[in-house]
Design a protein around this ligand. Structure first.
Ligand SMILES: [Zn+2]
Length: 315
């Protein structure tokens, strides 16, 4: 029996690398099922698959259908892709309508548990300009309120705009939302928590000493854990590395050229590594890992459901 339980609330299982395709080249068969099994064997039993545009959201829903009771989808357009609204056949209002219809239907079928990934990214304005990001973040927030799905949010260097647009909608969203892959300041974190939002921590959230100071201060009642696989792998050069010493051992990993179904692939992060994320958060906070896991699980179930209820579980 696994010692802890986890929900990986940010996992990009629609990425081609989980079908064995790296930079357009096929290296091995689709091993999504093995990726999920490795995570399940360490206690990670729920997965929220990120949708980043209409096509990817549909793919995420297909995975939620295929791995029913394990995988759940988000529906939305990522800020860096928000320019696609202007190129959509039928125009932006048509795409907004298609997203809404998709979210309504997938929510009804228990497959979509969040609206996102939406937000603002002012670090990568070359991908989509500020005006478009703002316009379509706002429009998508209005859909989330209409559909009544909690938010799966992305924010980079957008502080005031991000909080301003959220503040006016959150009163109408009882389950609020999660700011995933958080890398902001302590002050920013505190303001988001004051708005009722949760903060998602992964390997990218613990790269620097400043990051760790923020993680230390995230209240347990507003913490969720994720991997953001295949991205955000923890590296030896990160500030988090010094807490790895007595971390639980991870499944063996090999280069993609040596792929086999029982190994992780070097450089491709996956949900089984969530054990290390939780371990390091616990070390940084100076509390037992079980406290981190139970708090994050409770927060994730409360916000996203994942077919669970908290009443029938001893917490
Ligand atoms: Zn993100």
């Amino acid at each position: 029996m696994p010692q802890y339980r986890y929900a990986d609330v940010g996992i990009n299982l629609t990425d081609p690398v989980f079908q064995g395709e790296y930079y357009g080249k096929k290296h091995h068969e689709d091993d999504t099922n093995h990726v999920l099994q490795r995570a399940i064997s360490i206690g990670c039993t729920k997965f929220m698959v990120t949708g980043s545009d209409l096509k990817e959201s549909k793919k995420a829903i297909e995975l939620a259908e295929k791995y029913s009771g394990r995988c759940y989808a988000t529906v939305g357009v990522h800020p860096c892709s928000a320019k696609i609204f202007d190129f959509h056949p039928g125009g932006p209002s048509q795409l907004l309508q298609e997203l809404e219809d998709l979210a309504v239907d997938a929510k009804k079928r228990g497959l979509a548990t969040a609206f996102g990934e939406i937000g603002l990214d002012y670090d990568r304005l070359m991908l989509t300009g500020k005006d478009q990001q703002l316009k379509y973040f706002e429009a998508q927030l209005d859909i989330a309120v209409k559909v009544q799905l909690p938010l799966f949010l992305h924010s980079r260097a957008a502080g005031e705009d991000f909080e301003r647009l959220l503040a006016s909608r959150l009163p109408d969203l009882p389950r609020k939302g999660l700011v995933h892959s958080f890398t902001g300041t302590v002050e920013e974190m505190k303001r988001l928590v004051a708005l009722g939002l949760d903060v998602g921590v992964n390997g990218c959230s613990m790269k620097t000493e400043e990051n760790l100071e923020v993680v230390k201060k995230i209240p347990l009642e507003h913490l969720q854990v994720e991997t953001d696989g295949p991205w955000c792998e923890m590296r030896a050069s990160h500030a988090s590395a010094k807490y790895k010493e007595d971390a639980p051992s991870l499944p063996h990993s090999v280069k993609k050229e040596k792929w086999n179904k029982d190994s992780m692939v070097k450089g491709r992060n996956e949900s089984a590594t969530i054990a290390h994320v939780a371990h390091i958060i616990a070390k940084v906070k100076g509390i037992p890992t079980t406290k981190v896991c139970e708090a994050a699980w409770k927060n994730s179930i409360q916000m996203f459901g994942f077919g669970e209820t908290l009443e029938d579980q001893a917490l």
